[in-house]
Design a binder for this molecule. Structure first.
Ligand SMILES: *Cc1c(COP(=O)(O)O)cnc(C)c1O
Length: 767
């Protein structure tokens, strides 16, 4: 059977960089003969005659598996070949490189060239068959080394299950071929995706549940790359990773410290484990962006006090917390100094759990030094320090399939050894995990291994910095003309610690911004961040998480006299097929992941400029937001500025931005623990009520407005009085949504009926 996709996967590609790739000279004829030989061996050859072109090809085509480079290759600079090799090695240390030379030149070649290349080819002396064989051998060895263990085993396991009697029932895809819809599915996803969809009864790949065979080798490899003692591949997202860790660490009635800025899955994990949560409340700024939990809240005495003030801890078995969960980095890209967090929290708790769902790349760039859970992995684990857990959604910011996630563990005090941990792991795992998800975890580790991680993260940072600087420069130019423009959320000024030079952000050397963490620190009382008196060095803004801000709010938190709600800008961008990560009242978040292509942000800058033109000219919705007008004709064909004004006036009237900050700053009173509330929900001891009947009632589910998906109320918490911060905020959201349904908020735990919010509360006596 002929497998076109399989063949494409197996094809080999080499680059030959030489001025003499054809023609009538002896070396040219030798090159032509070699090309014919390679073609016999199914090795395709790309050729180039210049060193600069070779650099471009090598950096843009990772399919190339071998470089043949003529020592006499012309180019700029003193030693063009050496430059090509140096550049290649910054991103790829393993690709085989053959130097084409004659034996005399070798004696004069710089040592560095010999170090960077692997071997020589004497084009005129050796036979094409001999040279071709060596090249083929090198490519095959290389391919073996670039593939991480689990993925490598999967690709070798290319057997077609023609006589298989086990699941999956599509048997390598053949079942799909029996119907037109199936055939379309098969053609769309391709044969390899289906042939590699295996059952756990295929023993050659080992088992995810037992952590054996190539799967275990993959996990061990990832542990090495990500700096953990142990790594677990998870195929159901970090949602599951968080649940596995909590279930392995905390039991019913035990105390857990929990960042209030936690993901829904942590809320679920707390509910399932029966833990009694005590919250660590993060800061909020004037934009409503969530800041870090300040260090003052993490000291032993502050933790004691928080536990004591928590009405739920009277039922707890001990007043010492067994586990703490911190979100690092935050959605908006604020990263903690983990060394400092560990020092503080480590006094109160033996197990620290960092939710790094958005942050799996941190270890690979020195700008994040000390700011991720496994920061100290170059040293042997201190058994006296807390045990550490990190969950990472490899699919979010590295290259992996959706649901690919990893748990990394460093064992310190009160470790949970593998045997015990794996019980929780298996409880949450499917017995039919998708092998391609595991393989993508494996591949994302391989991509970050060696110089690749540094290069790939460096490229994202460089693109993000370039975008931020262009935006800041445009903003300055417009400001000089007393006109508005978008702004980036970042320091106004940065200084170079080496020479003390101070720069406006847009005029700082890009190289300084790309390498110097000090440029991104949230220094105490800096107005731009709005988090007040933060400890120096405690918190840093991640350059690749770019929030742009729209006019409408002052740095003191007052609403301005005019403004542009960010959601209208997001709708405008959406109309141009630019989809943003997150929109709040006056901010829009863009992620510069490693998938970024060079200059992709240029389109975004153009779109923002186009928005400004359309807004300033108050162009009609039929022209700039036709889809919106079609769906919501009630707006009428007004101008885009008119719509923005209308929305801004409503936001001013409702005070929603300030309500948001208030709603999330004060902790509601907890009437019962999340698991008690959940049990009442399951028993049906709940009723669903509109907002005006919620005063004094206890939420049965979490109430989680999106974005950013942080619980306003946890299950078991009280809504407070009719004018409580939580209820006031929900009422503001409800009124806004009724007026602007196309811009309506998405709130988990809230059902909307005829424009009214309704929420489950506990009925009758509290448990
Ligand atoms: C997305 C997210 C998760 C869940 O990750 P999935 O891989 O989508 O299941 C957990 N924590 C945080 C902070 C997240 O943002």
């Amino acid at each position: 059977m002929h497998h076109p996709t399989q063949q494409r996967y197996n094809s080999m590609l080499a680059l030959m960089a030489s001025a003499e790739v054809d023609g009538n000279s002896a070396p040219g004829r030798a090159a032509t003969r070699l090309q014919a030989e390679l073609s016999e061996r199914k090795i395709d050859l790309v050729t180039t005659v210049s060193s600069s072109d070779a650099c471009v090809i090598l950096s843009t085509n990772p399919a190339i598996q071998c470089l043949l480079i003529n020592w006499a290759l012309p180019g700029d600079g003193e030693c063009p070949v050496l430059e090509v090799l140096e550049q290649l090695r910054t991103r790829n240390q393993k690709m085989p490189v053959f130097l084409l030379a004659d034996q005399q030149t070798v004696s004069t070649m710089p040592r560095r060239a010999l170090e960077l290349a692997n071997d020589f080819i004497w084009m005129l002396e050796d036979t094409p068959t001999f040279i071709g064989g060596r090249i083929q051998g090198a490519i095959e060895r290389y391919r073996h080394t670039v593939l991480p263990p689990m993925f490598r085993a999967l690709t070798h396991f290319a057997r077609v299950h023609e006589y298989s009697w086990h699941t999956p029932g599509h048997t390598g895809g053949t079942a799909f071929l029996k119907s037109p819809a199936g055939r379309a599915f098969y053609d769309f996803f391709g044969e390899n995706m289906l042939r590699s969809d295996l059952s756990v009864s295929v023993t050659e790949l080992g088992s995810l549940l037992d952590h054996t065979g190539p799967i275990a080798k993959g996990e061990q490899y990832a542990a090495k790359v990500f700096g953990a003692d142990r790594t677990y591949y998870v195929t159901n997202g970090s949602s599951t990773s968080n649940r596995v860790i909590l279930m392995a660490s905390v039991t019913r009635g035990q105390l857990a410290l929990c960042d209030r800025n936690c993901h829904k899955s942590v809320e679920h994990a707390i509910t399932m484990s029966g833990a009694v949560p005590t919250y660590l409340v993060p800061l909020r700024n004037h934009y409503g962006l969530i800041g870090p939990v300040p260090p003052q809240q993490l000291t032993a005495s502050a933790i004691d006090k928080a536990i004591q003030q928590n009405p739920l801890t009277r039922d707890a078995k001990s007043s010492r917390a067994v586990h703490a969960v911190i979100t690092n980095s935050t959605y908006d890209g604020l990263c903690y100094n983990v060394r400092r967090v560990e020092e503080l929290l480590g006094e109160s708790v033996d197990r620290l759990h960092f939710d790094e769902a958005w942050y799996s790349y941190a270890r690979f760039n020195p700008i994040y030094h000390d700011r991720f859970a496994m920061y100290d992995s170059d040293k042997p684990t201190a058994k006296t320090g807390p045990s550490k857990f990190a969950t990472q959604s490899t699919h979010k910011l590295l290259a992996a399939l959706s649901q690919a996630s990893m748990i990394h563990i460093r064992d310190g005090r009160k470790p949970i050894e593998h045997g015990r941990f794996n019980e929780a792991f298996m409880m949450h795992a499917s017995t039919s995990p998708l092998y391609s998800i595991m393989a993508s975890n494996d591949v994302s580790a391989a991509m970050m291994d060696g110089p690749g991680g540094r290069t790939l993260t460096g490229e994202s940072i460089a693109e993000a910095v370039a975008f931020r600087q262009v935006l800041a420069r445009l903003r300055q130019e417009y400001r000089d003309k007393e006109e508005w423009f978008f702004d980036g959320w970042q320091p106004d000024h940065v200084s170079d610690p080496d020479n003390g030079h101070n720069y406006a952000f847009h005029s700082a050397p890009a190289d300084l911004l790309c390498r110097e963490p000090k440029c991104w620190l949230l220094n105490p009382h800096d107005a731009w961040h709005g988090f007040g008196d933060l400890e120096p060095g405690y918190c840093m803004l991640d350059p690749i998480k770019v929030s742009i801000t729209t006019p409408g709010i002052e740095r003191n938190g007052q609403l301005a006299d005019w403004g542009i709600p960010a959601s209208i800008v997001s709708k405008y961008l959406d109309n141009l097929d630019i989809i943003v990560e997150k929109t709040t009242d006056f901010t829009i978040l863009f992620l510069f992941s490693i998938g970024i292509t060079k200059g992709k942000w240029g389109t975004l800058v153009n779109a923002l400029l186009a928005f400004k033109r359309d807004y300033d000219a108050n162009r009609s919705l039929s022209q700039c937001l036709p889809n919106l007008l079609k769906k919501q004709p009630r707006y009428g064909d007004i101008g885009i500025k008119d719509l923005a004004d209308r929305m801004f006036t409503t936001m001013t009237k409702l005070g929603s931005t300030a309500q948001l900050s208030a709603g999330f700053s004060a902790l509601p009173h907890a009437d019962c623990s999340p698991v008690q509330a959940y049990e009442a929900l399951v028993r049906g001891d709940v009723e669903m009520l509109p907002l005006n009947q919620l005063a004094g009632r206890t939420a049965a589910t979490g109430v989680v407005p999106y974005p950013p998906g942080i619980p306003l109320l946890m299950p078991g918490e009280n809504f407070g009085q009719a004018d409580s911060p939580a209820l006031s905020y929900l009422k503001a959201l409800e009124s806004f949504d009724r007026e602007f349904p196309e811009f309506a908020h998405d709130n988990h735990g809230v059902e909307v009926r005829d424009g009214h919010y309704r929420i489950y509360v506990l009925r009758g006596d509290l448990p």
